[in-house]
Write a protein that binds this ligand. Structure first.
Ligand SMILES: Cc1ncc(COP(=O)(O)O)c(C=O)c1O
Length: 396
């Protein structure tokens, strides 16, 4: 039977594929040390779970407004003002089925076939695929480890053509953990205003920031910038709520109207019970967020110190999120883990999984050959065992 060429050309998500490979080994009784998954290893905090139960008992089990309940939209605006000092109106908010759905909505609402979307590499796996689904063309702009993997304003300016519709920004970044410095953001914002380019700013890791780093939302550089910004965020990472599937876009009214129209025809409302849980997350005590962040900070410090001690690896230290992204290319062509030499990062990850039973994701999935990503959203005990195994594997 015929299937669409637009879908046929899509690559399946490589992070999910890596997790599936690890599961397959585990089903054969092998103890796999897995660092592929991009989700907190904590259960959703109790007060949020209780709010969901109460919502069910109160009968919030039916369709809601297609773009989310008003109380949640208001809570999202209140939280944004509280955390970042920038005001949005509830009419500029769309609540969707997770941040990934929001990214898709925003791209479909803004892009047409023939448009260009600038994506700095390394980028989160789904960015280029989601752009391709709209018929627009991803324009990948390489950033360097020595620059913290940050796109410079000059690189942004150079990549703009008359067809450029949008630039996708992700700070803190998956996969690098990089938190854009305020001055770089300001420079990018100046270019966006001067060239009248919309910036789709994925801020899903904004609550996971480590000491010495500062998060700034892209919308915070004045009204001219906010008017050209679409923010994507959600409860998945900050409140350990990946399974609840609640994300949101904040966008100027004409863009949010387009997103609303799209969503009303496409999925209708995100899960009613999850919306009430998200409401409790935003309006409730925030200590759970800082506790989780403190725990991630300990793991980050541990992972960084272990990677630093291994010769031949290089990386930009993560300032946020829960990923370490390191260059293993100095090991290519050498025998590893008691087996043959590996040629590239994907080869490296396969050999590491088969010979040392450690699962990482290849940088090839993020447009960054030579690198691998380790998620430290895993227990300290697992990290210790995993890094021991990686060290041994690299020793030949
Ligand atoms: C950068 C980035 N954006 C968006 C998402 C999607 O989040 P959600 O689970 O809310 O769809 C992820 C999840 O890994 C991510 O890393």
């Amino acid at each position: 039977m015929y299937t669409s060429s637009l879908v046929n050309q899509l690559k399946p998500s490589e992070t999910l594929a890596a997790a599936a490979k690890a599961r397959e080994l585990r089903s054969r009784g092998i103890d796999v040390l897995e660092f592929t998954v991009g989700e907190p290893d904590f259960i959703t905090p109790q007060h949020i779970r209780e709010a969901a139960k109460a919502a069910m008992d109160a009968g919030h089990t039916r369709y809601t407004a297609a773009t989310g309940i008003q109380e949640l939209k208001q809570a999202i605006c209140d939280a944004f003002r509280r955390d970042h000092g920038v005001s949005w109106k509830p009419s500029e908010v769309t609540v969707s089925n997770g941040a990934k759905h929001c990214l898709h909505n925003a791209l479909v609402a803004c892009c047409e076939p023939g448009d260009e979307v600038i994506i700095p590499t390394p980028y989160w796996v789904s960015y280029s695929a989601l752009v391709e689904l709209t018929g627009a063309k991803p324009v990948l702009v390489e950033t360097a480890e020595k620059d913290g993997f940050f796109l410079s304003p000059e690189q942004f300016r150079k990549a703009i053509t008359p067809r450029t519709r949008l630039m996708m920004l992700n700070s803190p970044s998956n996969p690098t953990g990089g938190v854009y410095p305020v001055e770089t953001l300001r420079g990018l914002a100046d270019v966006a205003v001067e060239k009248d380019i919309t910036v789709l700013s994925d801020e899903i890791y904004d609550k996971l920031i480590y000491p010495g780093h500062e998060f700034r939302t892209f919308a915070s550089f004045g009204e001219e910038v906010r008017k050209r910004t679409v923010i994507v965020n959600g409860v998945s990472k900050a409140y350990a709520m990946t399974g609840w599937r609640i994300g949101w876009t904040l966008a100027p009214e004409n863009v949010s109207a387009a997103i609303n129209k799209l969503q009303s025809q496409q999925t209708s409302n995100p899960c009613s019970v999850s919306q009430y849980a998200a409401l409790a997350a935003l309006n409730g005590p925030q200590e759970c967020v800082s506790e989780m962040c403190r725990e991630f900070a300990k793991r980050r410090d541990y992972v960084v110190s272990r990677l630093r001690a291994i010769p031949g690896l290089s990386f930009a230290e993560p300032g946020g999120a829960f990923y370490a992204f390191f260059n293993v290319s100095s090991y290519f062509g050498k025998p590893l883990g008691g087996g043959a030499a590996v040629l590239n990062a994907t080869d490296f990850c396969t050999a590491l999984l088969e010979r040392a039973h450690v699962a990482l994701v290849s940088g090839d999935a993020f447009g960054a050959p030579g690198y691998v990503r380790l998620s430290f959203a895993a227990s300290m005990e697992l990290l210790v065992r995993g890094l021991d195994a990686i060290e041994k594997f690299l020793a030949g």
